[in-house]
Ligand binder design. Structure first.
Ligand SMILES: [Zn+2]
Ligand SMILES: [Zn+2]
Length: 380
């Protein structure tokens, strides 16, 4: 789907065609979750949603996919998008999309987070694609820019293997601090008023995240991995997903240590995870929304786009993910009133493209190997 840069206009049936294909694909995979819940769904999420509510959602999305397919068929001179969408939801119905039944699930050792992937992708797309269309930062940047498939691969990968990532990122904390008798501390933390407990969780996690992030920038070997995250030229709702698995492992493990040691309640931990899932998408989004005074309290797109600035002059700013005051505290804060970075990305022109190549790249090569000088990197 390359070469369709910003030529999407309202009323020509292309957008409805894409929506139909997108929703059709989600529902087709959604049926898999109902047919093999032990393999494709996450036990923790099954406690949050009910099979019945998911059944209603599935039915509604199948119908929506049909309607958008028909709309595209009527509006568009090019019928192929409509046809693909209509074929997809017909297939979904044929494999039993309207007849799925929630079933009880036996315990298995390993599962994929397909339910998490589909629900989060659906929700994030529904929230952020319209925001990026109505309030874009870069108007000329299409949702289907040349690297959107690469970023989608990262999104799919980190969601499908949620159980694996969840399990391994908890290991360092358990290994180093599991032997301590922390019961008293946990009881005290959980006895705090909920808002205080929540703020404390966000604060300690962001402090650990801040220093891990800075470490990734200042050490040449670690920078190899984190530079993948900075390689995106098109900041948007999917761009934040582009994170090397070594980066995910180390950063999340470090942020988990204080959460584990202080022993926050399950509710606090869940709120933190949900907040991070949405907030990480927001700060990378291609939107010019500035959030008024809130931008001094929470990291916003403008704030994090400066962290991704291509100009070396602005390297090494805004490491915090949630609270800008942490950057202020440690002298790395940068947020001019109305100015945004001209370009985001890395200066290397030959950075590898594609999920697999980027996964291997840091093990074999360093960005230092390129003709850029070390001095510029050490400022990062
Ligand atoms: Zn960074
Ligand atoms: Zn980022």
């Amino acid at each position: 789907m390359t070469g369709m840069k910003s030529n999407v206009k309202i009323g020509e049936g292309k957008i409805s065609g894409y929506i139909s294909i997108f929703l059709g694909t989600l529902t087709f995979l959604g049926v898999l979750c109902f047919k093999n819940p032990e393999v494709f769904t996450t036990p923790q999420f099954r406690e949050v949603y009910t099979g019945e509510s998911m059944k209603i959602l599935l039915t509604s999305v199948i119908i929506a996919s049909f309607i958008f397919g028909l709309l595209s068929f009527i509006l568009s001179k090019q019928k192929k998008w409509a046809l693909i969408g209509l074929i997809l939801c017909t297939l979904t119905v044929l494999v039993g999309g309207f007849k799925v039944q929630p079933s009880s699930v036996g315990a298995v050792q390993w599962h994929l987070g397909l339910d998490w992937l589909l629900l989060d992708l659906f929700l994030m797309a529904v929230i952020f694609i319209p925001i990026e269309m109505v309030f874009p930062k870069r108007k000329d940047q299409s949702t289907f820019h040349e690297e959107w498939r690469t970023d989608l691969m990262y999104f799919v990968f980190s969601h499908l293997f949620i159980q694996f990532f969840g399990a391994i990122t908890q290991q360092p904390a358990k290994l180093f601090f599991g032997w301590m008798g922390l019961g008293g501390l946990h009881a005290w933390v959980q006895s705090l008023p909920f808002v205080i407990e929540l703020f404390l969780a966000f604060l300690v996690a962001d402090l650990f995240q801040y220093w891990t992030h800075r470490f990734f920038h200042n050490h040449s070997f670690l920078w190899r991995f984190h530079s993948i995250h900075h390689s995106t030229e098109n900041m948007d709702w999917l761009a934040g997903s582009r994170t090397h698995f070594v980066d995910i492992f180390i950063t999340r493990s470090m942020a988990f240590i204080p959460l584990y040691v202080l022993g926050f309640s399950t509710l606090t931990f869940s709120v933190y995870v949900v907040f991070m899932a949405i907030h990480a998408v927001l700060i990378h989004a291609n939107t010019r929304i500035k959030f008024g005074f809130l931008r001094y309290i929470f990291a916003t797109p403008q704030y994090h786009h400066w962290h991704h600035c291509k100009d070396p002059q602005y390297y090494g700013k805004n490491f915090a993910t949630i609270f800008p005051f942490i950057d202020k505290l440690f002298g790395t804060y940068y947020l001019p009133k109305d100015v945004w970075p001209e370009d985001t990305g890395l200066l290397e022109a030959n950075y590898p493209k594609g999920f697999i190549k980027q996964a291997i790249y840091p093990f074999t090569k360093s960005p230092f190997d390129s003709n850029l000088n070390m001095e510029e990197y050490s400022k990062r």
